[in-house]
Each structure stands twice: as structure tokens, then as C-alpha cells.
Design a protein around this ligand. Sequence first.
Ligand code: NAD
Length: 258
Amino acid sequence: MLEKFSLEGKKAFVTGAAQGIGEVVALGFADAGADVAIIDMNQELAEQVVQKIKDKGRDAIAVKCDVTSPQDVDAMMDKVLEHFGEINIAYNNAGIVTYKGQFFTAEEMPFEAWKNVLDVNLDGVFLCAQAAGKAMIKQKKGGAIINTASMSAHIVNHPQTYCNYNTSKAAVWMLTKCLAMEWAKYDIRVNSISPGYVNTPLAKYADKDKLEYWCDITPMKRLAEPEEMVGMCVYLASDAASYTTGADMRVDGGYTIW
Ligand code: NAD
């Protein structure tokens, strides 16, 4: 049974893989046997992740790509296919939480702040999922697509105000279900993962008071470490999840129980 969790021989790409959850999951995919393309705007950090994967004896490439740009995403997919020959796993994870480091109440949010977060978190996921889906349909070998949603797809976070972020993540969850429905006939499974608060550079905006508050209202009383996302992603990417599609997996320390 455990063999079904292996990603041996699979080719994957991970967006937002230069740091944080994306980096750790990319390394986890490599540990499970996959070759991995590291997709990010930050080429310098992406190259460092590539080296870590090569040190594990797996193949890896870094591809500079802004996931909000259809041209960048098409070029990225071409490079990945040219290098690996095929794509079996796509993890669409790149996301942002603030606009230029700022949160806004709904009544004061500039349209650029609304649009920027939706562009990266929703359009970026759509464009990369579409590129991967097209390639997988052509290959006729099925595939696994994973999107990073968030517990914010299900609840409204507080005390911070970011209706743009929460809305983008709820939309990622709906998009996941739509793609799962449309592509089930191609044996392409599409699922999402919904982390709670995770100890990554993205969460660094929180001061000590906010962190204490978040931990207090989380049943497990702590933030997650990014490594705690790996098991779920490897499962969803693997043949062990062969009958799992259109699911959102909450990895949130119980935050959304109440
Ligand atoms: P992070 O900021 O540590 O890493 C995000 C990565 O995405 C960075 O390497 C960044 O360069 C890249 N990126 C940003 N915009 C991009 C773009 N337009 N094109 C390509 N790459 C881009 O963030 P993280 O905490 O690892 O978050 C990863 C995902 O998890 C995001 O979708 C985030 O919304 C989600 N998430 C995070 C938390 C948390 O508490 N950290 C909780 C729930 C969900």
C-alpha cells in the first residue's frame, strides 16, 4: 500500500516555490521521488531550492514566472515540458496576502489592492491550472493538480481585515471543484489544501499580540510549520489519492471547527 504514496518517476511543478510552503512541499515531492520545477518570480531563491533538490539526487529546474501573466505562464509550461518531457503534478501555490505590505478595511480598500490580490491568488491559480490541464489532457495519462486555498476560504479571519484575500481563497476552492468536475473524465484529479496560520515569511506581518491571539483561537494553540503541509500534498499528488478529487483538505490545527 505504501508504494502508492511514492512519486517515483513523476514530473512536478510548484509555483511560489522559492520559499515558504512551496519550497518545503517541492522538497517533499523530491523526497517522495519526483523531479520538480521551481516556479517563482524570485529567481535567486528559486535556484537555491533547485540545488537542494539536486542534492537529493532528483532533477530540478528554476523557471522565472509571474503567475499573473498569461505569456509568462505559457512560456513556463513550455520550458517545463521541454526539460521534463511531461507534467504529472501541478501545485499552484503562489499567493500574497497584502498589497504593498498593507491591509485595508473594505470601505477604504483601493481598487489596485483588491485587484492585485485577486490577480495573484485567483488568476494565477487559474492560468497555471489551465496550462497544466491542457498538457495533461494532451498526454492522456491523467494527472494531479493541487491548489493552495486557505482556511480563509471558509471563515473570515480576524482581527486583520482583508476581504480581497478571503474572497480570493473562497474562489480558489470553487475553481478547484469546477476543474475537478470538468477534468474527471481525463483522470485529472484537482484538489485544494487549506492551511491555517503557517510560520512562513508571509505570516511575518503579524506582531507578537496578533500571533498570541491567533494561537489562542486555534484549538491546537500554535501556528503550523510549513513541513506540516507536506504529507497532505504528497498524498494528493500520489496514486494513494486515486479516488480523491474536488476535495479541500484543511490543515489548520482545528481553526475552522468553530
Ligand atoms: P510566502 O510569501 O512565504 O511565499 C510565497 C512565494 O510566492 C514567494 O516565493 C513569492 O516570490 C511567490 N510569488 C508571489 N507572487 C508571485 C507571482 N505573481 N508569481 C510567481 N510567484 C509569486 O508565502 P507562504 O506562506 O508560503 O504561502 C504560500 C501559499 O499558502 C499562498 O497561496 C498563501 O496564501 C497560502 N497560505 C498561507 C498561509 C500562512 O499562514 N502562511 C495560510 C494559509 C494559506
